[in-house]
Design a protein. Structure first.
Length: 299
Protein backbone atom coordinates (compact mmCIF):
# COMPACT_ATOMS: atom_id res chain seq x y z
CA UNK A 1 0.00 0.00 0.00
CA UNK A 2 3.03 2.27 0.26
CA UNK A 3 4.31 1.92 -3.32
CA UNK A 4 3.49 5.52 -4.22
CA UNK A 5 5.05 7.20 -1.18
CA UNK A 6 7.57 9.98 -1.62
CA UNK A 7 10.76 8.51 -0.18
CA UNK A 8 12.62 11.79 0.22
CA UNK A 9 13.96 12.33 3.70
CA UNK A 10 13.77 8.65 4.69
CA UNK A 11 16.97 7.22 6.17
CA UNK A 12 17.42 3.88 4.44
CA UNK A 13 20.70 3.29 6.28
CA UNK A 14 18.83 2.93 9.55
CA UNK A 15 18.18 -0.48 11.05
CA UNK A 16 14.45 -0.11 10.51
CA UNK A 17 12.74 -1.47 7.45
CA UNK A 18 11.86 1.38 5.00
CA UNK A 19 8.23 0.28 4.86
CA UNK A 20 8.00 0.40 8.65
CA UNK A 21 9.52 3.88 8.64
CA UNK A 22 6.98 5.04 6.07
CA UNK A 23 4.10 3.53 8.01
CA UNK A 24 5.23 5.31 11.18
CA UNK A 25 5.46 8.62 9.32
CA UNK A 26 1.96 8.19 7.96
CA UNK A 27 0.54 7.33 11.39
CA UNK A 28 2.19 10.43 12.88
CA UNK A 29 0.83 12.49 10.01
CA UNK A 30 -2.73 11.29 10.60
CA UNK A 31 -2.35 11.97 14.33
CA UNK A 32 -1.27 15.58 13.79
CA UNK A 33 -4.16 16.58 11.52
CA UNK A 34 -6.61 14.85 13.85
CA UNK A 35 -5.22 16.78 16.83
CA UNK A 36 -5.42 20.00 14.86
CA UNK A 37 -9.14 19.44 14.40
CA UNK A 38 -10.20 18.14 17.81
CA UNK A 39 -7.42 18.56 20.42
CA UNK A 40 -5.37 21.51 19.23
CA UNK A 41 -4.10 22.28 22.74
CA UNK A 42 -1.91 19.15 22.66
CA UNK A 43 0.15 20.74 19.86
CA UNK A 44 2.62 23.09 21.56
CA UNK A 45 5.13 23.75 18.79
CA UNK A 46 5.06 23.61 15.00
CA UNK A 47 8.38 23.82 13.19
CA UNK A 48 8.75 24.44 9.48
CA UNK A 49 11.10 22.47 7.24
CA UNK A 50 12.57 23.75 3.97
CA UNK A 51 9.97 25.46 1.76
CA UNK A 52 7.45 25.82 4.58
CA UNK A 53 9.97 28.09 6.27
CA UNK A 54 10.88 30.27 3.30
CA UNK A 55 8.08 30.00 0.74
CA UNK A 56 7.40 27.95 -2.38
CA UNK A 57 8.63 29.71 -5.51
CA UNK A 58 6.38 28.11 -8.11
CA UNK A 59 2.96 28.56 -6.49
CA UNK A 60 2.54 32.33 -6.68
CA UNK A 61 0.56 33.89 -3.84
CA UNK A 62 -0.84 30.54 -2.75
CA UNK A 63 -1.95 27.10 -3.89
CA UNK A 64 -2.67 23.51 -2.86
CA UNK A 65 0.27 21.50 -1.62
CA UNK A 66 0.68 18.22 0.23
CA UNK A 67 2.10 18.37 3.74
CA UNK A 68 3.37 15.74 6.18
CA UNK A 69 3.70 16.14 9.93
CA UNK A 70 6.53 14.46 11.83
CA UNK A 71 6.51 14.14 15.61
CA UNK A 72 9.67 15.62 17.16
CA UNK A 73 8.66 15.10 20.79
CA UNK A 74 5.72 15.52 23.12
CA UNK A 75 3.63 18.35 21.68
CA UNK A 76 6.28 19.24 19.09
CA UNK A 77 5.81 18.71 15.35
CA UNK A 78 7.65 19.44 12.11
CA UNK A 79 5.79 20.16 8.88
CA UNK A 80 7.28 19.41 5.47
CA UNK A 81 6.09 19.81 1.92
CA UNK A 82 5.64 16.50 0.08
CA UNK A 83 5.48 15.75 -3.64
CA UNK A 84 2.82 13.02 -3.66
CA UNK A 85 -0.85 12.91 -2.69
CA UNK A 86 -0.34 10.28 0.01
CA UNK A 87 -0.14 13.13 2.51
CA UNK A 88 -2.52 15.83 3.71
CA UNK A 89 -3.76 18.31 1.15
CA UNK A 90 -3.67 21.89 2.47
CA UNK A 91 -3.83 25.37 1.00
CA UNK A 92 -0.63 27.32 1.59
CA UNK A 93 -0.62 31.11 1.70
CA UNK A 94 2.84 31.74 0.32
CA UNK A 95 5.60 34.14 1.42
CA UNK A 96 7.52 36.55 -0.82
CA UNK A 97 10.27 38.80 0.51
CA UNK A 98 9.33 42.50 0.67
CA UNK A 99 5.90 41.77 -0.85
CA UNK A 100 2.32 41.02 0.08
CA UNK A 101 0.68 37.72 -0.86
CA UNK A 102 -3.11 37.97 -1.05
CA UNK A 103 -5.65 35.22 -1.77
CA UNK A 104 -9.45 35.12 -1.84
CA UNK A 105 -10.85 32.77 0.77
CA UNK A 106 -13.39 31.58 -1.79
CA UNK A 107 -10.51 30.21 -3.88
CA UNK A 108 -9.81 27.42 -1.39
CA UNK A 109 -12.37 27.18 1.40
CA UNK A 110 -14.82 25.06 -0.62
CA UNK A 111 -12.35 22.35 -1.61
CA UNK A 112 -9.85 22.18 1.27
CA UNK A 113 -10.03 21.12 4.91
CA UNK A 114 -6.86 22.91 6.04
CA UNK A 115 -5.08 26.21 5.48
CA UNK A 116 -1.48 27.08 6.43
CA UNK A 117 0.89 29.99 6.34
CA UNK A 118 4.63 29.49 6.09
CA UNK A 119 6.40 29.87 9.42
CA UNK A 120 6.02 33.51 10.47
CA UNK A 121 9.12 35.40 11.55
CA UNK A 122 8.41 39.10 11.67
CA UNK A 123 5.57 39.22 9.14
CA UNK A 124 1.89 40.08 9.48
CA UNK A 125 -0.98 37.72 8.70
CA UNK A 126 -4.33 39.39 8.10
CA UNK A 127 -7.76 37.78 7.89
CA UNK A 128 -10.66 39.71 6.36
CA UNK A 129 -14.18 38.62 5.48
CA UNK A 130 -13.04 37.83 1.95
CA UNK A 131 -9.24 37.48 1.88
CA UNK A 132 -6.14 36.22 3.66
CA UNK A 133 -2.88 38.17 3.38
CA UNK A 134 0.76 37.67 4.35
CA UNK A 135 2.57 41.01 4.61
CA UNK A 136 6.33 40.47 4.65
CA UNK A 137 8.20 42.18 7.47
CA UNK A 138 10.02 44.38 4.96
CA UNK A 139 6.95 45.22 2.86
CA UNK A 140 6.14 48.27 5.01
CA UNK A 141 7.65 50.17 7.91
CA UNK A 142 5.67 50.08 11.13
CA UNK A 143 1.95 49.56 11.50
CA UNK A 144 1.08 52.38 9.08
CA UNK A 145 3.38 50.97 6.41
CA UNK A 146 1.87 47.53 6.74
CA UNK A 147 -1.64 48.96 6.65
CA UNK A 148 -0.78 50.71 3.39
CA UNK A 149 0.75 47.55 1.88
CA UNK A 150 -2.32 45.63 2.96
CA UNK A 151 -4.89 48.03 1.50
CA UNK A 152 -2.86 48.36 -1.72
CA UNK A 153 -2.90 44.58 -2.20
CA UNK A 154 -6.65 44.47 -1.57
CA UNK A 155 -7.24 47.61 -3.65
CA UNK A 156 -9.50 48.76 -0.83
CA UNK A 157 -9.20 49.58 2.86
CA UNK A 158 -10.41 46.37 4.57
CA UNK A 159 -13.46 46.56 6.80
CA UNK A 160 -13.66 43.85 9.46
CA UNK A 161 -10.26 42.25 9.87
CA UNK A 162 -7.86 40.80 12.40
CA UNK A 163 -4.09 40.55 12.18
CA UNK A 164 -1.31 38.53 13.75
CA UNK A 165 1.74 40.75 13.66
CA UNK A 166 4.89 42.01 15.36
CA UNK A 167 3.01 44.37 17.62
CA UNK A 168 1.63 44.71 21.12
CA UNK A 169 -1.11 47.03 19.93
CA UNK A 170 -4.28 46.57 21.94
CA UNK A 171 -6.77 44.39 20.13
CA UNK A 172 -4.20 42.45 18.14
CA UNK A 173 -2.58 39.12 18.84
CA UNK A 174 0.97 39.52 20.10
CA UNK A 175 3.25 37.56 17.81
CA UNK A 176 6.77 36.60 18.83
CA UNK A 177 9.06 36.19 15.80
CA UNK A 178 12.51 34.67 15.53
CA UNK A 179 14.81 36.50 17.99
CA UNK A 180 17.09 38.18 15.41
CA UNK A 181 14.12 39.19 13.25
CA UNK A 182 12.33 40.58 16.31
CA UNK A 183 15.36 42.59 17.39
CA UNK A 184 15.87 43.84 13.82
CA UNK A 185 12.27 45.06 13.74
CA UNK A 186 12.71 46.78 17.11
CA UNK A 187 15.96 48.37 15.88
CA UNK A 188 14.24 49.70 12.78
CA UNK A 189 11.53 51.42 14.82
CA UNK A 190 13.96 52.74 17.43
CA UNK A 191 16.33 54.08 14.77
CA UNK A 192 13.45 55.94 13.13
CA UNK A 193 12.39 57.33 16.50
CA UNK A 194 15.93 58.41 17.43
CA UNK A 195 16.59 60.31 14.19
CA UNK A 196 13.10 61.71 13.63
CA UNK A 197 13.21 65.48 13.11
CA UNK A 198 17.00 65.60 13.42
CA UNK A 199 18.09 64.89 9.84
CA UNK A 200 18.90 67.34 7.08
CA UNK A 201 16.42 67.90 4.29
CA UNK A 202 16.39 65.16 1.68
CA UNK A 203 17.83 62.48 3.97
CA UNK A 204 16.10 59.12 3.59
CA UNK A 205 15.48 58.30 7.25
CA UNK A 206 13.56 55.12 6.43
CA UNK A 207 16.47 53.75 4.41
CA UNK A 208 18.89 54.53 7.25
CA UNK A 209 16.68 52.66 9.70
CA UNK A 210 16.38 49.69 7.33
CA UNK A 211 20.15 49.57 6.88
CA UNK A 212 20.61 49.47 10.65
CA UNK A 213 18.03 46.68 11.00
CA UNK A 214 19.74 44.71 8.23
CA UNK A 215 22.90 44.54 10.34
CA UNK A 216 20.98 42.64 13.03
CA UNK A 217 18.79 40.35 10.92
CA UNK A 218 21.44 37.74 9.95
CA UNK A 219 23.11 37.76 13.39
CA UNK A 220 21.87 36.93 16.90
CA UNK A 221 19.87 38.82 19.49
CA UNK A 222 22.81 39.93 21.67
CA UNK A 223 24.46 43.04 23.08
CA UNK A 224 27.31 42.59 20.60
CA UNK A 225 24.79 42.79 17.77
CA UNK A 226 23.33 45.99 19.24
CA UNK A 227 26.84 47.48 19.30
CA UNK A 228 27.33 46.66 15.61
CA UNK A 229 23.95 48.16 14.73
CA UNK A 230 24.76 51.31 16.72
CA UNK A 231 28.04 51.65 14.83
CA UNK A 232 26.12 51.38 11.56
CA UNK A 233 23.67 54.04 12.72
CA UNK A 234 26.50 56.42 13.59
CA UNK A 235 28.16 55.87 10.20
CA UNK A 236 24.85 56.42 8.38
CA UNK A 237 23.88 59.69 10.08
CA UNK A 238 27.32 61.31 10.15
CA UNK A 239 27.08 64.35 7.90
CA UNK A 240 23.29 64.00 7.70
CA UNK A 241 22.11 65.53 11.00
CA UNK A 242 21.17 69.19 11.47
CA UNK A 243 23.22 69.36 14.68
CA UNK A 244 26.45 67.31 14.42
CA UNK A 245 26.92 67.45 18.19
CA UNK A 246 23.76 65.37 18.64
CA UNK A 247 25.15 62.24 16.94
CA UNK A 248 26.40 60.64 20.14
CA UNK A 249 23.13 61.38 21.95
CA UNK A 250 21.15 59.81 19.10
CA UNK A 251 23.30 56.68 19.20
CA UNK A 252 23.07 56.37 22.99
CA UNK A 253 19.28 56.74 22.84
CA UNK A 254 19.08 54.05 20.16
CA UNK A 255 21.47 51.62 21.90
CA UNK A 256 19.72 51.93 25.25
CA UNK A 257 16.27 51.33 23.79
CA UNK A 258 17.31 48.27 21.77
CA UNK A 259 19.51 46.81 24.53
CA UNK A 260 16.54 46.72 26.91
CA UNK A 261 14.81 44.28 24.52
CA UNK A 262 17.66 41.81 24.05
CA UNK A 263 16.88 39.49 26.98
CA UNK A 264 13.14 39.29 26.36
CA UNK A 265 13.64 38.77 22.62
CA UNK A 266 16.27 36.07 23.17
CA UNK A 267 13.88 33.93 25.23
CA UNK A 268 11.14 33.91 22.59
CA UNK A 269 9.98 30.62 21.13
CA UNK A 270 11.21 30.47 17.56
CA UNK A 271 8.58 30.95 14.90
CA UNK A 272 4.80 30.85 14.84
CA UNK A 273 2.12 29.45 12.59
CA UNK A 274 -1.37 30.39 11.48
CA UNK A 275 -3.69 27.55 10.51
CA UNK A 276 -7.20 27.42 9.16
CA UNK A 277 -9.57 24.50 9.80
CA UNK A 278 -12.81 23.78 7.99
CA UNK A 279 -15.63 23.27 10.46
CA UNK A 280 -19.13 21.92 9.89
CA UNK A 281 -20.58 25.40 9.31
CA UNK A 282 -17.62 27.75 8.94
CA UNK A 283 -13.86 28.07 8.74
CA UNK A 284 -11.89 28.79 11.91
CA UNK A 285 -8.44 30.41 11.91
CA UNK A 286 -5.97 30.04 14.77
CA UNK A 287 -2.50 31.30 15.66
CA UNK A 288 -0.02 29.21 17.65
CA UNK A 289 2.34 31.50 19.56
CA UNK A 290 4.58 30.48 22.48
CA UNK A 291 2.68 27.22 22.92
CA UNK A 292 -0.70 28.96 23.20
CA UNK A 293 -3.47 28.80 20.63
CA UNK A 294 -5.62 31.86 19.94
CA UNK A 295 -8.52 31.99 17.52
CA UNK A 296 -8.31 34.82 15.00
CA UNK A 297 -11.75 36.40 15.09
CA UNK A 298 -12.77 39.25 12.80
CA UNK A 299 -12.96 42.56 14.64
Amino acid sequence: MFDDFDLSGVDFDSVEDPEIVLKKRQEENIEFWHLLQVERGKIKEIHAYSELAGGVKEIGDGDSIFVSAKKLGEGSWQLSRELTDNWQKAFLLNYKAAKVTCVKRSDYEANHDFFLTVALSGCRFTLTETHVLHIAADAGVGSAGRDLAESTALNVVPGRKRSVSVTSKEGSILYHPMPAAALAHIALLEALSAISGKMTAGTNAVQIAQDVADVIRPLTASQDTVTKATKKLKESITGQVTEPSSIDDICILFADAVSKKVVSVSTMVKGAFVVGIKGSNAWHYHALVNGVWAEILLG
